[in-house]
Design a protein around this ligand. Structure first.
Ligand code: URA
Length: 211
């Protein structure tokens, strides 16, 4: 089995056995994430909901159906991207994840990012946006309205990564006005981000030796 698959199995197992935060007590199934481990594009959502908790897979409910449509707008297929969340277990009654839960789960989040090493990260919603920007840049997270519409370049775990921040698909289900903006972000911005991401030079072993 390729080394990446072995590490992914280890990671899934660690998430299954994780008791770092109270959310493990409420979950039916943890939701580590899914997709291609070689994907250039990673989507980071918030937390599993009821359908995801039952399936053990991310974005399989109503928000997931919209995400699939949005992916098509960007010319992407679900199987060629990687999708995960800032917390891997469902919060009770779908409440927002707490900052200490996001922090506890960051061990897994960062291992996933470090394994896939995407060139583009798309944050969906405030929790994912805050996590990436506050953890991997000196920028303060100012909310989606202020942060969206731009392509950022951040250093994420020693890789130069193109980041875009957009709304959570669930927000567009409640507020159809946001749907147009989300579609625009996928159709225009994400396509631009993927192009830019493919030109980024990633550090090689020689770069590390020269440091
Ligand atoms: N919302 C999320 O943020 N993640 C999921 O996996 C499903 C719904």
């Amino acid at each position: 089995m390729p080394e990446k698959d072995v590490e992914w199995e280890r990671l899934v197992n660690d998430i299954r056995n994780c008791t770092r935060c109270p959310l493990h007590r409420f979950r039916k199934k943890p939701v580590p994430g899914e997709g291609s481990l070689d994907s250039a594009v990673m989507f980071l959502g918030e937390a599993p909901g009821r359908s995801e908790d039952e399936a053990g897979r991310p974005f399989v409910g109503a928000a997931g159906r919209l995400l699939n449509e949005l992916l098509n707008l960007a010319g992407l297929d679900r199987g060629e991207v990687f999708i995960t969340n800032v917390v891997k277990c469902r919060p009770p009654n779908n409440r927002d994840p707490r900052s200490e839960e996001v922090a506890a789960c960051s061990v897994h989040t960062n291992r996933i990012i470090g394994l896939v090493r995407p060139r583009v990260i798309v944050t969906l919603g405030n929790h994912a946006g805050r996590y990436i920007f506050e953890r991997f840049s000196k920028m303060r997270w100012l909310g989606i309205k202020a942060m969206r519409g731009r392509v950022y370049r951040l250093n994420v775990l020693n890789d130069s990564v193109v980041v875009i921040a957009t709304y959570h698909p669930a927000a567009a289900l409640y507020n159809p006005q946001l749907k147009g903006e989300l579609e625009e972000d996928f159709k225009v911005l994400l396509r631009r981000a993927i192009k830019l991401g493919s030109t980024l030079k990633q550090p090689t072993l020689l770069d590390f030796m020269g440091r």
